[in-house]
Write a protein that binds this ligand. Structure first.
Ligand SMILES: Nc1ncnc2c1ncn2[C@@H]1O[C@H](COP(=O)(O)OP(=O)(O)OP(=O)(O)O)[C@@H](O)[C@H]1O
Ligand SMILES: [Mg+2]
Length: 340
């Protein structure tokens, strides 16, 4: 697992065959995440996309140790998190921080900003009085807030400022990996850009790995290097974000991408409207989970579950028996597009 080419940074997070199940009514079990694998390297931003209920938040929370996996492995800098002792897991947990979707409800309204940001430090026994207060001020400065924020309460701030406070709190323990769940979906577009730019600056300044969950493909395209596309608890396609989103190989990715306006005038794009709803995760279709809504599906798709297979040279993998021609509608492959 440690094989590594000279150009790639070290993996911060390696997720292998992750499964997360929840008990549902009448003693049934929902497998919200069903065999998901991906890697996040230092300095890298990975996007997770997919329709509501496909398991994005559950994946993110499990990685950040807020949910327990039912199977699979999570390695942080090569060290197993799932089988680690409670004490060791607590030590490692601080290196992976989760920023909640809704800053309105995730920040305690009765705590001052100073206490909100300091809470993780206190929880890990790292509050050092004046030194830590200075650190909190420095943290506020990094996210573009003045020291006057310290003694104010969340309701005194705008949505964008509250999201900054949430990010400052996530950074308090100087994590290696930040998992952000829809960090900008509640914000105005102009404020979204500010927060996304802030995240990109922080990533560069701190060698931070980022996992960003979002419905918004433009956001993913703007911020992430690689993207994972989930459908009903499984990954259907993953690879370089720009490449995957401009020339999808999996029909599901194509349908998602077709709902977003093209980013370049030379991009051909027809809107693909999927029929039906996402099937219940309590009773997923046999074979390929997407087949009940897929216009390319045939008998094979009902009989066998497609595995993720490499496609092209860019490190993309696709789980589909009938993938789309990724070069159609594109002037060239994404080579030389200059992503870090
Ligand atoms: N605590 C829980 N108990 C029971 N079922 C859950 C729980 N959390 C999530 N689920 C179920 O797991 C599946 C995946 O949920 P998850 O919240 O991870 O989806 P998501 O992709 O983040 O969706 P959204 O885009 O709406 O946020 C859903 O079917 C959901 O109902
Ligand atoms: Mg979610």
């Amino acid at each position: 697992m440690t094989a590594q080419s000279a150009v790639e940074t070290a993996p911060v997070l390696q997720v292998s065959d992750l499964e997360v199940s929840f008990r549902a009514a009448r003693r049934r079990v929902v497998r919200a995440v069903d065999g998901v694998s991906f890697t996040v390297r230092e300095d890298e931003a990975l996007g997770i996309i997919g329709e509501s209920g496909c398991g994005k938040t559950t994946t993110g929370k499990t990685v950040a140790q807020l949910e327990r996996p039912s199977a699979g492995a999570i390695a942080f800098r090569g060290e197993d998190l799932v089988g680690a002792s409670h004490a060791r897991r607590k030590q490692l947990r601080r290196r992976i921080q989760f920023v909640f979707q809704d800053p309105q409800s995730s920040l305690n309204p009765r705590m001052t900003v100073q206490d909100i940001i300091a809470e993780p430090l206190r929880a890990f026994g790292e509050w050092r009085g004046r030194q830590s207060r200075d650190d909190v001020v420095a943290m506020l400065d990094q996210v573009g807030l003045s020291p006057s924020a310290l003694h104010r309460y969340p309701h005194e701030f705008s949505g964008g400022q509250r999201q900054r406070i949430g990010i400052a709190r996530g950074l308090a323990l100087d994590p290696d990996l930040l998992v952000l769940d829809e960090p900008v979906s509640a914000l105005d577009v102009s404020i979204q850009a500010q927060i996304l730019n802030l995240l990109m600056d922080l990533r560069a300044a701190r060698s931070l790995g980022i996992v960003m969950i979002s419905h918004d493909l433009d956001v993913i395209r703007h911020v992430t290097d690689r993207v994972v596309v989930m459908y009903l608890g499984v990954i259907v396609e993953q690879g370089p974000a720009e490449e995957v989103l401009t020339s999808p190989a999996h029909p599901y990715t194509a349908a998602l991408a077709s709902a977003t306006p093209p980013s370049r005038p030379d991009e051909k794009r027809e809107r693909i409207v999927l029929s039906g709803d996402v099937p219940s995760p309590l009773d997923p279709p046999s074979g390929c989970r997407f087949r009940t809504r897929c216009w390319r599906a045939d008998d094979l798709c009902a009989q066998r579950r497609p595995e993720l297979e490499p496609m092209g040279a860019g490190g993309r993998t696709v789980a589909c028996f009938h993938p789309l021609d990724v070069l159609a509608g594109r002037p060239s492959a994404a080579a030389g597009e200059g992503r870090a």
